[in-house]
Design a protein around this ligand. Structure first.
Ligand SMILES: Cc1cc2nc3c(=O)[nH]c(=O)nc-3n(C[C@H](O)[C@H](O)[C@H](O)COP(=O)(O)O)c2cc1C
Length: 190
């Protein structure tokens, strides 16, 4: 699949088939993550692959609590209705962990020091695109509390949880989300 086709065709999925992901596809997705650009090529990431249904159930239960916390703080009704069923439907969750110590020269600039997280996000997007190109579906998922996730998967304390990728064969047809027009977001500096 052409890269521009992959970029435009990828969508977020929140419903998955009861179908395992082939190991060679998983390896290809992780490999795509590895080739992302990173600050000073520090590659400040680890990809924690979770297939164990008990661990996934624990992550889901923790996120259910997190939704309550977000709802209490925001009052947003959609949060109280947000279903996490996709977490138990999808056969794999990849936790992308980043090392805040590996953040490059930006740590010496005021208000910066997020290079590690930006790098991890580049890896996350590579993995989303690779999964799409291989006929799989993904969700970029962030409704979790870092400390809870760290405890459940026993992540080393110095690492940060940058994102979760929910991965599987999608069951719902593509619901295309619109994008703003280029005219609205491109500003030319003369
Ligand atoms: C940083 C980031 C965090 C996100 N977190 C969540 C999330 O926690 N739950 C969710 O359902 N979608 C999440 N998304 C997916 C967005 O909702 C989705 O990308 C957006 O609505 C556009 O839809 P599309 O991906 O299908 O084009 C996240 C996306 C990004 C980039």
């Amino acid at each position: 699949m052409d890269v521009l086709q992959a970029i435009k065709g990828r969508r977020s999925y929140r419903s998955f088939l009861d179908r395992p992901v082939e190991d060679e596809k998983l390896q290809a997705i992780l490999d795509a993550g590895r080739w992302a650009p990173s600050v000073m090529n520090l590659q400040p990431w680890q990809f924690w692959v979770i297939k164990n249904p008990d661990v996934i159930a624990n992550l889901k239960a923790a996120s259910q609590e997190t939704l309550q916390t977000i709802f209490q703080a925001s009052g947003w009704k959609w949060v109280s209705k947000f279903s996490l069923e996709f977490m138990s439907e999808a056969p794999i969750i990849i936790v992308v962990a980043g090392d805040p110590q590996k953040t490059g020269a930006d740590q010496f600039l005021p208000g910066r020091g997020q290079g590690y997280a930006y790098s991890c996000c580049a890896a996350v997007q590579n993995m989303h695109l690779a999964a799409h190109a291989l006929g799989l579906g993904t969700l970029w998922f962030t409704l979790y509390e870092t400390e809870k996730v760290k405890e459940i998967i026993q992540l080393p304390p110095e690492l940060d949880v940058v994102s979760m990728i929910i991965l599987g064969y999608p069951s719902n047809p593509d619901a295309s989300m619109k994008r703003k027009d280029l005219e609205e977001i491109v500003k030319n500096v003369d």
